[in-house]
Design a binder for this molecule. Structure first.
Ligand SMILES: Cc1ncc(C[n+]2csc(CCOP(=O)(O)OP(=O)(O)O)c2C)c(N)n1
Ligand SMILES: [Mg+2]
Length: 325
């Protein structure tokens, strides 16, 4: 592997891990309200796939989307400030953790409703088609979302109209506390692709290089005008579903087994062994990332609250309906 690519993978996975751990700490201190769904364990998926994408591609994600947003170029400051509900956040403090958005960076959200991402992604892809653009929409979703009607309807329409969408399943084996074999008749999500006549495959989602390579191939397939593709990344989340979940439904042994395959730590070891990065370089990167995160927290703390909470949301409802009774 090229040293520059190894460096990017390690830097971004470290940033992803440490940003999320810092967010958890800020949540317990009462600085972040609402729900908070974190990504540790799944970093190789967003980092590997979005390094393979073009900056002109579009991204739609779920409520577990901080890292996808970061990989689209939204700064750690703007994301942390959004989690704090501050006016300097990427959604001006109105969205919070589940509703990050940045049109300029082609990050089309953060959606709280399971299965909501699919229609948004195919709508954006249809628009791209109308513009004759050769870009792709990367649509991220969880294993639980594959049981929603919108998944099947959207796969059908995307296939029928040969829309440029890369559906990426982050199969972490759980829909909140329900393990995949108890919530889905089909436990290998990529197999759904064949029902709609599209190509799909499963990849080790704990291996950043494997995700990167699989995404490059999938994007090539979609950009060549073959229509959508379904890439399933086999992964695991180390924390609970959200900060409100203690994760009592899975054994400590299971979590420990999956932690032995930690995508960040195994990549660090591999990078040193293969001479892509030295131990010192890894330490330096980690120190730089810590500084970046401290800066993001200071920025969020010192940023102002939105001036008028009725702006965009409430006022719009008033305009539409002439007042709230
Ligand atoms: C339509 C809908 N039903 C139920 C919920 C409650 N809910 C929030 S997250 C979730 C689990 C989704 O699991 P999965 O798609 O595997 O994503 P993960 O959280 O594992 O990343 C559920 C049922 C919701 N947000 N939307
Ligand atoms: Mg899941």
């Amino acid at each position: 592997m090229q040293q520059s690519l190894a460096r990017q993978f390690f830097t971004d996975m470290t940033l992803a891990r440490r940003f999320e751990e810092a967010a958890a700490e800020q949540y317990t201190q009462g600085n972040i309200g609402g729900f908070l769904h974190l990504y540790p364990g799944e970093e190789a998926v967003a980092v590997g796939s979005l390094h393979a994408a073009d900056s002109a591609d579009y991204v739609v994600s779920t409520y577990r989307e901080h890292v996808h947003a970061m990989m689209c170029g939204i700064s750690a400051e703007a994301i942390m400030a959004e989690l704090f509900g501050k006016a300097t956040g990427c959604s001006k403090g109105y969205g919070g953790s589940m509703h990050l958005f940045d049109r300029e960076r082609r990050f089309l959200g953060g959606y709280a409703i399971v299965g909501e991402t699919f229609p948004v992604a195919i709508g954006a892809a249809y628009w791209l088609r109308m513009q004759n653009e050769n870009n792709v929409v990367l649509c991220y979703f969880g294993d639980g979302a594959a049981n929603q009607g919108t998944f099947h309807e959207s796969l059908n329409m995307a296939a029928l109209w040969k829309l440029p969408v890369l559906f990426i399943c982050e199969n972490n084996h759980y829909q909140i506390g329900t393990e995949i074999h108890r919530h889905s008749a089909v436990t290998e999500v990529y197999r759904h692709a064949s029902s709609y006549g599209i190509d799909g495959r499963r990849v080790d989602g704990m291996d950043v290089k494997a995700v990167y390579d699989a995404t490059l191939l999938a994007l090539e397939h979609v950009r060549a005008g073959n229509g959508p593709y379904l890439l399933e990344c086999d992964t695991y989340r180390y924390r609970g579903h959200s900060m409100a979940d203690a994760g009592a439904y899975r054994s400590m042994l299971e979590v420990a087994e999956l932690k032995a395959r930690d995508p960040l730590l195994t990549f660090r070891q591999q990078a040193i062994k293969e001479n892509w990065l030295s131990e010192e370089q890894c330490n330096e990167i980690e120190q730089d990332v810590d500084k970046q995160i401290e800066k993001a927290i200071r920025f969020a703390e010192q940023s102002p609250e939105p001036e008028d909470v009725s702006q965009y949301v409430y006022q719009h409802a008033l305009d539409l309906y002439g007042g709230v009774k």
